[in-house]
Design a protein. Structure first.
Length: 135
C-alpha cells in the first residue's frame, strides 16, 4: 500500500506539471483546438476549475493501483512497460470515453485526437515512473 501511495503522489505531481505545461503550450501548438474551448459546451466555472488540478492525482493513484496489480504482466524496459500500460489505458478508458464525448459534444475530431494523445502521454509518463520506482 505504501508503494501505491508514494508512487501515486510522485506521479500525480509530475502529471500536474505536465498538465500545466500542456495548458501553456496548447494554444501555441494547437490554436484551433484551443479556440474550441470557447464553445458554450465547455463550462468556465471557477469552482470546477480545481478539478483540472486534482485530475492528475486521481489518475496517478488509479494507475498506481493498476501497476501494482498487473506489473508482472508488463514486459521489457521502462519505456516498453510504459507504452504497454498506456495502450491498455487507451483501450480500456480513453477510447470509450472519447467516443461518447465525440457523439455528445460539438468538438472536432482533431480535438478528440489531441485528447487521445494527451491521455496516452499521461499513462506513458506514469508507466515509466512506476517502472523506475518498482525496479
Amino acid at each position: 500500500m505504501k508503494k501505491i501511495i508514494s508512487a501515486g503522489l510522485i506521479t500525480g505531481t509530475v502529471l500536474l506539471v505536465f498538465a500545466y505545461v500542456a495548458l501553456l503550450v496548447m494554444p501555441i501548438l494547437l490554436p484551433k483546438v484551443a479556440e474550441e474551448y470557447y464553445n458554450p459546451a465547455f463550462i468556465n466555472d471557477a469552482g470546477r476549475n480545481a478539478l483540472y488540478y486534482i485530475h492528475p492525482f486521481v489518475l496517478a493513484f488509479g494507475l498506481s493501483w493498476f501497476w501494482n496489480r498487473f506489473k508482472s504482466q508488463l514486459k521489457g524496459n521502462a519505456l516498453m512497460q510504459g507504452v504497454e500500460m498506456a495502450l491498455i489505458y487507451l483501450l480500456v478508458a480513453i477510447v470509450p470515453s472519447l467516443l461518447i464525448t465525440y457523439s455528445a459534444i460539438d468538438v472536432s475530431l482533431f480535438t478528440i485526437a489531441s485528447w487521445l494523445l494527451y491521455g496516452f502521454l499521461q499513462a506513458l509518463i506514469a508507466g515509466i515512473i512506476f517502472s523506475k520506482m518498482h525496479a
